[in-house]
Design a protein around this ligand. Structure first.
Ligand code: FAD
Length: 356
């Protein structure tokens, strides 16, 4: 650990797509900055080293619609939708090409006020910065709802982050919970080798045709132009009809049942008294932002959220948040959207820095 406190204008926490996009614009503005990333290798979530993702994971969007600013993602030969490895390779090359000042592995344990600046405490040392951008993603905080009976169920319960491949469930009955893309894709591949029941809190919505990339573009561009994001051609939560999901629909397995009331020792039970026995419950129930390192700044409101104006934290104006979902910029939790949002956030930071 380096005990000397280093001084920079901007410290970015997180070296995934969001942190790299911020780094690109900061570099372009010639701001003095550093990117602190907790992982040993480039790529953020996509390098899979912290918690591997499932074997079949690919982008939903094409390379063309998944690029960060300053260098488009190359096509992956023969693939319409790039593999996770291709995305990780792209991000590694991206930070190399733009010579981004990434330090890794550096895990930030806290950000605190120190005089007129912010101090970022990392595992290898401390940085004093005028502005801090937090871009730590959500993958480190899987969310499983505290549903009645969870402790009773004697089968296996796992979250999306724990799932690897369908073969380990061959011949079993798996309940898949969730109405998003992960749930639909994992249900699709599981249903080829296992019996499945799909339960969702709200009826799932399917995108018509392959418009995911276009929706990303629409929302991110409208936001960048200062327009509203309402009324675009679909929501980012809608299910994209990738080939495996289309095949599952054709086999009749994409029928969702309403959320069950409770888990039992042997399965699940709905409010009307019907039950389904199951060997496993797969919770595809999303993630929460990884924000613990910001606690010393007391940025949270009574509901545990951080109120923001654009990307700027209302309770700490030198703190900016990016990449955590719509509340930190339209589609900021996608590759393309992160770029658009980063540009707006960096504009404000640079304006502040030049005002002295
Ligand atoms: P991450 O990629 O999670 O990076 C965060 C980084 O911060 C990590 O390297 C982590 O180690 C680091 N970090 C966390 N905490 C700390 C700390 N305390 N100190 C230091 N470092 C820390 N986007 C698309 O555009 N198209 C798609 O089709 C698509 N599909 C997706 C499918 C899945 C299953 C998931 C999970 C995401 C998908 N995305 C897609 C989103 C996407 O590409 C990005 O992963 C997302 O934008 C998040 O990027 P990020 O930089 O905010 O976070």
């Amino acid at each position: 650990v380096d005990t000397a406190v280093r001084t920079v204008d901007v410290a970015v926490i997180g070296g995934g797509p969001a942190g790299l996009a911020v780094g690109y614009y900061l570099r372009k503005a010639e701001a003095d900055c550093v990117i602190l990333d907790g992982q040993g290798a480039p790529g953020g979530f996509w390098n899979g080293s912290w918690n591997e993702y499932w074997d079949s994971l690919r982008l939903l969007s094409s390379a063309e619609h998944s690029s960060l600013p300053g260098w488009p993602m190359p096509e992956e030969p023969g693939q319409e939708r790039p593999s996770a490895q291709h995305v990780a390779d792209y991000l590694a090359e991206y930070e190399r090409r733009h010579d981004l000042p990434v330090h890794r592995p550096v895990t930030v344990s806290e950000v605190r006020r120190a005089g007129g600046a912010l101090e970022v405490v990392g595992s290898t040392g401390t940085w004093r910065a005028r502005h801090v951008v937090s871009a730590t993603g959500t993958w480190r905080r899987p969310h499983t709802p505290d549903h009645p009976g969870r402790e009773l169920f004697e089968g296996r319960q796992l979250h999306t982050v724990d799932y690897r491949r369908p073969e380990e469930f061959a011949g079993r009955h798996v309940v898949v919970v969730g109405s998003g893309n992960s749930a639909a894709q994992l249900l699709a591949e599981l249903s080829e080798v296992a019996h499945t029941t799909w339960v969702t809190r709200r009826p799932p919505r399917f995108m018509t045709g392959d418009v995911y990339g276009r929706v990303l573009c629409d929302t991110a561009t409208r936001r960048a132009q200062g327009g509203t994001t309402h009324g675009s051609a679909g929501s980012l939560d809608d299910i994209v009809m990738v080939p495996s999901v289309r095949r599952a629909r054709d086999r009749g397995v994409l029928e969702a049942r309403p959320m069950f009331e409770r888990l039992t020792r042997t399965g699940i039970a709905w409010a009307d008294g019907t039950e389904q026995s199951a060997d496993a419950v797969l919770w595809c129930t999303g993630f929460r932002p990884a924000l613990d390192h910001l606690a010393p700044l007391e940025p949270f409101d009574a509901d545990g959220r951080i109120p923001v104006d654009g990307n700027r934290c209302l309770r700490e104006p030198y703190l900016h948040l990016l990449g955590y979902g719509g509340w930190t910029g339209a589609a900021s939790d996608t590759l393309l959207g992160a770029g658009h949002t980063a540009e707006a956030a960096v504009d404000r930071i640079v304006e502040d820095l030049s005002a002295g």
